[in-house]
Design a protein around this ligand. Structure first.
Ligand code: ZN
Length: 193
């Protein structure tokens, strides 16, 4: 599956290879934009189903709800929720915290799967997990389309990803691509083409 998905990400220009200036100011030979695969409804549904299938055997209980952080996770939650036949909710950032809004309610003890498009450090995933826990529900697993941590992020619950990718980043002064004489480009300019 991973090889096939890597090919799809490249074909859809969701994964660009070259020399990029990221919004963080860091340079990278890879640029990842999951929206470029999720914008295809049939593909989004397929990936959601595959992530649900990857999670199913490692979950202690089937989820009653799927929750993701907006914006990047919204479509992933929607499609994984479709596969499980449950509701898909999303959290939003408000006053610096991650909260459920829009009348989204979790019930006490409800098993919840948290999903993401990409897990890098796991920071935003942890914030969603905390929001779910505060609401009285129980996170039983975490899924992401892409794992940029190389499997290193431990969230204390079973976790599955469809694709593990290395996306190295460098300070400009230490960038081997710059040292090789190339100039970084802003990815949006090519990805939007
Ligand atoms: Zn560079």
């Amino acid at each position: 599956m991973s090889d096939d998905l890597l090919r799809i990400f490249k074909e859809r220009r969701a994964l660009l290879e070259g020399h990029f200036l990221l919004t963080s100011g860091l340079h990278s030979p890879r640029y990842l934009q999951c929206a470029r695969v999720l914008m295809d409804p049939a593909l989004a549904t397929r990936l959601g189903a595959e992530l649900a299938e990857a999670l199913r055997p490692v979950l202690p209980a089937p989820p009653a709800v799927v929750v993701a952080p907006a914006l990047g996770g919204v479509l992933v939650a929607h499609e994984v929720a479709r596969a499980f036949g449950v509701a898909g909710l999303f959290t939003e950032r408000q006053d610096g915290g991650m909260v459920l809004r829009r009348g989204f309610v979790l019930e006490t003890g409800q098993p919840v799967v948290v999903v993401e498009d990409v897990i890098t450090t796991g920071g935003s995933t942890r914030e969603v997990m905390e929001a779910v826990t505060r609401a009285g529900a129980t996170v039983v697993g975490v899924g992401s389309l892409v794992d940029r941590s190389g499997g290193a992020v431990d969230l204390g619950v079973p976790r599955r990803s469809l694709l593990t990718l290395e996306v190295p980043t460098y300070e400009a002064a230490a960038c081997p691509l710059c040292a090789g004489g190339s100039k970084p480009e802003k990815p949006g300019s090519r990805a939007a083409r």
